[in-house]
Design a protein around this ligand. Structure first.
Ligand SMILES: Cc1cc2nc3c(=O)[nH]c(=O)nc-3n(C[C@H](O)[C@H](O)[C@H](O)COP(=O)(O)OP(=O)(O)OC[C@H]3O[C@@H](n4cnc5c(N)ncnc54)[C@H](O)[C@@H]3O)c2cc1C
Length: 434
């Protein structure tokens, strides 16, 4: 077959751009189609913008509470437009970095909406924005196909991602009922907000709004907040939410909305200024085509950026990974992270458990952040799960993950020297309680 490219990739999010860069490093000719912006949801509407706004909200709250640390701050004011400006700058800087990396790797980036015709053919929908990133980057064996043309590729990778899930009765109107995309574009903060869903996205936004002083309420259908977490973690989060005065209802759903009045299944009526609906994401796919490789959120498997990246690397570089060891992180203060089995997944009596409270860790006291724990579950001297509610949990979990990935025994881990004073000492202490 007279292919134009070795590899055609649809979607320039973490899955797609990782695949493109790694394929190109192997000397393959690559064309990458992106209908919106390079970086995908993660960079433009997800991981990065939310963490940037979250950080601003934490700085604001810390400044207001700085007296606890011996610092008096007066006339503290919040300019939300500057928060958004900073977020936009962060996103742009990172996007430019990825675009440059793609350019340097000689990946042909085509801006436009692509469609898979068959396992070797991609067609491009007409779009005024269509342009090759660099007109000089033509493959040396065949000219770039015409705009709106057909692209023949030896292999096609579909990494078209996912979109906010729409549920009946809570369809987005983009003004009152907002998606996680819409919420990034609000010009000013509301006085009150209702967040439907307490997965990572719902919890992070609840923390952001609460930090900024917005009256925040969360509604969750499941028995506990953060339903995918270990139950002890969920319960601790509920305790933290109570302390932070974030109102929440579990085992509750929105029954109906009447003229911006929200009737809950428990009989209560709320009148928030706006509602964020964060109840999951739907893969951007219609029918799967045989012979095409699907990676990232579009697979509907674990919808996390690092999972998407690992799937790309597994396919192109052949580096296998243990999917069950994909870590989860929820950002905010304190961070929450886990990997492996939850306590509710294990048969009673079949495992050992150790739990170290942050109040036993020196660094937690120095930072004024003593609400949380490090919990490790083991079976036959091997760690099978870890659940952390602590500052730096996002990094701490990775120490345990490396051990789990490599089957390092608890006894062997005890040989490692952990620095003092750090949160990681909590991991070390936990090992001796197993
Ligand atoms: C608010 C929020 C916060 C999040 N926070 C985190 C986090 O902290 N950590 C984490 O790991 N994950 C987080 N995620 C999830 C993360 O964003 C996704 O898992 C990740 O973006 C998936 O990467 P992907 O490459 O599969 O898809 P995407 O990032 O969705 O990229 C897909 C790309 O394909 C493009 N596309 C779609 N169809 C076509 C077409 N026909 N032609 C051309 N282009 C097309 C889209 O425009 C998009 O750019 C968050 C998500 C949200 C919404």
């Amino acid at each position: 077959m007279n292919d134009n490219f070795d590899i055609g990739i649809i979607g320039g999010g973490p899955a797609g751009y990782t695949y493109a860069l790694h394929a190109s490093a192997q000397g393959k000719s690559v064309v990458l189609f992106e209908k919106d912006q390079i970086g995908g949801v993660c960079l433009n509407k997800g991981c990065i913008p939310t963490k940037s706004i979250l950080h601003s909200s934490e700085v604001y709250k810390q400044t207001l509470n700085s007296e606890n640390f011996g610092i008096t701050a007066q006339n503290v004011t919040l300019d939300y437009s500057k928060v958004i400006e900073r977020k936009n700058k962060t996103v742009e800087t990172l996007r430019k970095g990825i675009e440059l990396a793609l350019k340097n790797a000689k990946v042909n980036v085509i801006h436009g909406e692509a469609q898979i015709q068959d396992k070797n053919t991609i067609s491009l929908k007409p779009s005024p924005k269509i342009q090759a990133l660099d007109a000089n980057l033509k493959p040396n064996f065949n000219p770039l196909p015409e705009v709106e043309g057909i692209y023949y590729c030896s292999k096609i990778v579909c990494s078209t991602g996912s979109s906010p899930k729409i549920i009946k009765g809570l369809e987005f109107d983009h003004e009152f009922l907002l998606s996680s995309d819409d919420i990034l574009n609000i010009a000013s903060l509301p006085k009150s907000i209702l967040i439907v869903g307490s997965g990572a996205i719902g919890v992070e936004w609840a923390r952001i709004f609460n930090n900024f002083g917005v009256e925040t309420t969360v509604v969750e259908l499941a028995q506990h907040l953060l339903p995918l977490a270990d139950t002890e973690v969920s319960k601790r989060l509920e305790r933290i939410f109570k302390a932070e005065k974030i109102k929440f209802y579990t085992q509750t759903c929105v029954k109906e909305i009447n003229n911006k009045k929200i009737n809950l299944s428990n009989g209560e009526t709320l009148e928030p200024d706006m509602v964020l609906v964060a109840v999951g994401r739907t893969p951007n796919i219609t029918d799967k085509i045989e012979g095409v490789t699907y990676i990232g959120d579009v697979t509907g498997e674990i919808q996390l950026a690092h999972y998407a990246i690992k799937q790309a690397i597994e396919d192109i570089d052949g580096i296998k990974f243990k999917k069950e060891l994909t870590p989860s992180v929820v950002y905010g203060t304190p961070e929450i992270a886990w990997v492996g089995k939850r306590e509710q997944d294990l048969e009673p009596e079949s495992y050992k458990k150790s739990l170290v409270l942050l109040s036993a860790i020196g660094k937690a006291h120095c930072d004024g952040q003593t609400d949380g724990f490090i919990k490790i579950l083991s079976q036959n001297d091997k760690i099978v799960g870890a659940h952390i509610v602590s500052n730096e949990a996002s990094s701490l979990i990775q120490q345990i993950n490396v051990a789990m990935q490599n089957g390092v025994t608890v006894d062997k881990l005890k040989e490692v020297c952990f620095p003092h004073p750090t949160y990681s000492e909590g991991i070390y202490d936990a090992l001796f309680k197993l």
